[in-house]
Design a protein around this ligand. Structure first.
Ligand code: AMP
Ligand code: GLY
Length: 422
């Protein structure tokens, strides 16, 4: 079958690399893709949120399955767009409906959903400009740090952790008066949870589900988890602290009730649920839901899966997801992200890259790269993810770091301490 992947990052290159290995895949297209995805299939330069163009491509290339990488097309309703159009209804879109994607698209919605199912998460209240005074009062009763979240999508920047009551009050005023545009017209204020984070990925048809390998990502730009938040600087799978006892709790208290909630609410959900978790005193709590795979977690999760990913996706539509076992590579995988100098603030693009041929024993997943004539040049903040295997994550990290030294471009930066807290 012909398959289309939407997106252009390291996550999408990993999907492309994995899907290309499936005997079920004939022709693979990636829109818009990057310099790495073009070695797995054909890049097509269209925007994943331009649904009419995606439809035209799907028809002209006889696409039968669309794998959606980023959240934006899902939150904007690409699943429903295809479902409601007789011309393209037969095409499987891997992802949730617009309603289901609200688990990521609205923090207030996700909190309400969790409360309904008694899913452990930080205590919270939500406020709008009409209830600003109540919000300021609520903050004054809280113990800092205080967590403020813009309700809507804010390009990963909508969460503020304020060290004092005064700062939280000032930020609440700014957020409600449009700091993140309409995304912060509503703000969730929640209790700060102190612990270690990890990511659990579930593939579901809305009823049955499969739990994929667990991962942990490193979001801060600086070593020792310092500095600004980024899209993700590296990841480890599995994080050694996530043992069977903790996973049993995650299953019973979080995954099962999440799927039950999806069913009870009647969401059409035929894709990934990414559950961002934090372990506090050995108990798991939900920090957030996403309606897609994580990036760079995908770069360690998919390489650890021995399954045919296309078969798993088909299982969603055919109702036989339950018959498929997830087969894991027992080795550890680590990925290290090379980023552009200045990222996550201002950075330059178009820097010539070299040294690809010197790197060995790692899988190179391209993120912000572009073909420029004979050369590959940088084309984003996060540039290249280097994934390696080892008997433990330290062994894997050593290989990724060796290769990180061999690949070069002006301004290159990466964290050498991925897994430092494990
Ligand atoms: P999010 O955009 O919801 O993933 O939040 C970004 C980051 O903020 C998370 O990965 C956490 O590190 C942090 N965070 C969010 N909510 C909380 C919370 N209630 N307590 C502590 N840290 C949090
Ligand atoms: N790595 C976190 C995310 O994809 O949201």
């Amino acid at each position: 079958m012909n398959i289309l992947i939407l997106g252009s990052g390291g996550r999408e290159h990993t999907f492309a690399w994995k899907i290309k290995q499936s005997p079920l895949c004939s022709n693979l297209f990636i829109a818009p893709g990057n310099a790495g995805t073009s070695s797995c299939g054909s890049n097509i330069n269209i925007n994943p949120t331009d649904f009419e163009k995606v439809k035209a491509l799907a028809l002209s290339e006889k696409i039968e399955m669309i794998v959606v990488g980023p959240e934006a097309p899902l939150v904007e309703g690409i699943f429903d767009f295809f479902q409601n159009d007789p011309e393209v209804k037969h095409i499987q879109v891997v992802g949730p409906s617009k309603e289901g994607a609200k688990l990521e698209g609205s923090k207030a919605f996700a909190k309400e959903f969790m409360a309904e199912q008694n899913i452990p998460t930080a205590a919270y209240q939500e406020f709008t400009s009409n209830t600003l005074e109540e919000g300021l009062n609520y903050i004054s009763t809280q113990t800092p740090p205080i967590v403020l979240k813009a309700d809507g999508l804010a390009a990963g920047k909508g969460v503020l952790i304020c060290p004092t009551i005064e700062e939280a009050q000032m930020e609440l005023k700014e957020m409600l008066s449009g700091k993140f545009g309409s995304a912060s017209a509503k703000v969730v204020i929640e209790e700060f949870l102190d612990g270690i984070e990890f990511s659990v990925f579930v593939l579901t048809d809305g009823k049955d589900y499969k739990v994929l390998p667990v991962a942990k990502d490193y979001k801060r730009i600086g070593e020792g988890d310092t500095g600004l938040n980024t899209g993700g600087m590296g990841a480890v799978s599995p994080p050694p602290f996530v043992d069977e006892i903790l996973m049993q709790k995650v299953n019973d208290r979080i995954i099962k009730p999440t799927i039950k909630g999806i069913q009870e609410r009647g969401f059409e959900y035929e894709g990934f649920v990414f559950i961002g978790l934090i372990r506090v005193d050995n108990e798991p709590y939900v920090i957030e839901y996403n309606c897609r795979m994580g990036d760079p977690e995908t770069e360690v999760v998919l390489p650890r899966m021995k399954n045919d990913l296309v078969e798993l996706f088909l299982g969603i539509r055919n109702g036989n997801l339950n018959k498929i076992e997830i087969i894991k590579d027992e080795r550890a995988a680590t990925t290290v992200m090379l980023v552009s100098g200045g990222y996550p603030e201002k950075y330059e693009k178009g820097k010539a890259m070299s040294g690809f041929e010197k790197a060995s024993d790692s899988i190179l997943f391209h993120a912000g790269t572009k073909q420029d004539g004979e050369n590959i040049v940088t084309n984003g903040g996060r540039v290249l993810a280097l994934t390696s295997f080892g008997n433990n994550f330290q062994e894997a990290l050593k290989i990724s770091k060796n290769n990180a030294e061999l690949i070069d471009f002006e301004g290159k930066y990466y964290r050498k301490d991925i897994g430092f807290d494990l």
